[in-house]
Design a protein around this ligand. Structure first.
Ligand SMILES: *[C@@H]1O[C@H](CO)[C@@H](O)[C@H](O)[C@H]1NC(C)=O
Ligand SMILES: *[C@@H]1O[C@H](CO)[C@@H](O)[C@H](O)[C@H]1NC(C)=O
Ligand SMILES: *[C@@H]1O[C@H](CO)[C@@H](O)[C@H](O)[C@H]1NC(C)=O
Ligand SMILES: *[C@@H]1O[C@H](CO)[C@@H](O)[C@H](O)[C@H]1NC(C)=O
Length: 358
């Protein structure tokens, strides 16, 4: 039913807004009501460049968007440094908030956003799209199965080789706009994936590793860290970098099995994604091979993960709007824990790679 669709406003015309506007159009229960940029011409250009329907309004300021009464929810792909101001403004005007990652520059900023959402009864979710891919759910079933055994070691990497121009000028390396740089842009995925694998249980200690690359102005271009869960004697490591070729790997090892995915945050292909899984492998007789090779598990999806994210967000918003349900606390809690771990990595770096307790 057209009238039951959740009406989105997009605040900011960043590159990723193109992907998410397509996702909103693909979804079954959301629609784009308006797009805002700092100038009307920019917003109008975004509408025509992306072939958006004539019914979508263009706003020449972010204020105009948060004041737009015909918008139920905002998608905010603005630079991280602007998140508090515009997410809080939207929540205070009763708009649900889908916020691009990294959610905030630090936990206290994030808490201002979450508190504004809570006190205004609106839903919060961050833009970690991969969490909504059916592959993610399938991997979780396997991790939770008895045969996998308790988890012991997790590793995640997210890297790409940035051009000199990106390193100099991109918003993600500008101090004032995104103070977390590679840690926020890429490390957010790694930390989120590790947290996901352990059912959102925070580690006891966080230790940054001394393979840190800063540019001459002190901007993080690459970093790595280790997490430790004392009770389970389990560790996780991650590496994020603007300085090495593409990787988006996640490996999870249990006492009896391993799972590996190579394209976690953005699958190689839209309609089908895979991961490798080995359970109960041993060395063959004489140790001249393994008893079994990893099995490739294939998971199909009718909709891309970003459209599934929009549908899940819209489903919750629909329940709040039409059935007086409370916002779903799971999504803000996941974001908050991810931010806590990212903040702890940053603290450990600042303290000269010493362990930080959580
Ligand atoms: C380091 O990054 C900052 C932020 O983008 C940039 O302004 C600066 O020019 C960079 N410094 C060097 C030496 O590359
Ligand atoms: C990354 O690796 C690919 C394939 O090996 C190569 O074609 C590409 O040039 C590399 N990218 C950079 C920026 O070096
Ligand atoms: C390890 O995995 C194999 C293959 O699934 C299974 O037969 C075996 O029972 C598992 N062992 C444990 C201790 O879970
Ligand atoms: C949105 O779509 C999902 C998946 O089709 C569905 O479960 C949900 O009920 C829909 N929500 C609304 C508000 O239409």
């Amino acid at each position: 039913m057209e009238s039951s669709r959740i009406r989105f406003g997009i605040i900011g015309c960043a590159t990723i807004a193109r992907k998410v506007s397509r996702a909103i159009l693909l979804s079954s229960n959301a629609t784009i009501s308006a797009v805002a940029s700092r100038s009307l011409a920019n917003a109008q250009h975004f509408l025509s460049a992306n072939g958006l329907p004539a019914s979508v309004r263009a706003h020449g300021s972010y204020e105009a968007m948060v004041d737009d009464a015909s918008v139920d929810a905002v998608y905010v792909p603005l630079p991280t440094g602007l998140h508090v101001r515009w997410a809080v403004a939207a929540a205070e005007r009763g708009k649900h908030v889908l916020l691009e990652k990294p959610a905030a520059a630090c936990l206290s900023d994030l808490d201002r956003i979450l508190e504004a959402c809570r006190s205004n009864g609106v839903q919060f979710m961050d833009g970690s799209m991969w969490l909504h891919h059916p592959r993610t759910e399938r991997m979780k079933e396997i991790l939770a199965a008895h045969d996998f055994g308790p988890l012991k070691m997790i590793h995640c990497s997210s890297t790409f080789s940035a051009t000199p121009n990106f390193l100099q000028n991109n918003i993600r390396v500008k101090h004032d706009l995104d103070s977390l740089r590679a840690l926020g842009d890429l490390g957010w995925y790694c930390v989120g994936a590790i947290l996901w694998a352990v059912d959102d249980q925070l580690p006891d200690t966080v230790t940054a590793l001394p393979s840190l690359h800063l540019n001459q102005s002190g901007v993080i271009l690459a970093c790595a860290a280790a997490f430790h869960w004392t009770d389970h004697d389990m560790i996780a490591t991650f590496h994020c970098s603007f300085l090495s070729n593409f990787s988006m790997d996640l490996s999870v090892h249990g006492t009896n099995a391993s799972l590996q995915v190579k394209d976690l945050a953005i699958p190689y292909q839209e309609s089908s994604a895979t991961f490798d899984f080995t359970c109960g492998a041993k060395f063959a007789d004489l140790h001249i091979g393994w008893s079994r090779k990893p099995e490739e598990v294939v998971v199909q999806t009718d909709l891309p993960q970003e459209a599934l994210m929009i549908e899940e967000f819209s489903r919750i918003v629909g329940n709040i709007k039409n059935s007086n349900c409370r916002p779903d606390s799971k999504w803000p809690e996941v974001t908050r824990k991810t931010q806590m771990m990212v903040d702890a990595v940053k603290s450990s770096i600042e303290l000269g790679f010493t362990p930080v307790d959580l």
